[in-house]
Write a protein of this length. Structure first.
Length: 94
């Protein structure tokens, strides 16, 4: 599996924590929840909050032709950023 080509700039609407998670996932490799959890500022945040952050990031990057997939690798959940075939932005109505 080859790394993804360079992405457009990080979306400006991402929070600081989301920017760090985006940067981690930008290599296109699968990353565990624990790896992503380590990118958070809040040491007291629960591991399940990773799902919420990933969901928020997905909503912001999908219009740019990117998405985050959930994969099962060696019996554990991993997240991986991928490029999609196009933009999910709605077409303008006539």
């Amino acid at each position: 599996m080859s790394p993804l080509p360079p992405f457009p700039r990080t979306p400006e609407t991402l929070t600081e924590t989301q920017r760090r998670i985006f940067a981690l996932l930008a290599d296109g490799r699968p990353h565990t929840k624990r790896e992503i959890h380590g990118m958070r500022n809040d040491e007291l945040a629960e591991l399940r909050n990773v799902n919420t952050q990933v969901s928020l990031i997905r909503a912001k990057i999908r219009p740019r032709g990117l998405d985050i997939l959930v994969q099962y690798v060696k019996k554990s959940i991993h997240f991986r950023m991928v490029q999609t075939f196009g933009s999910f932005e709605p077409l303008e109505k006539d």
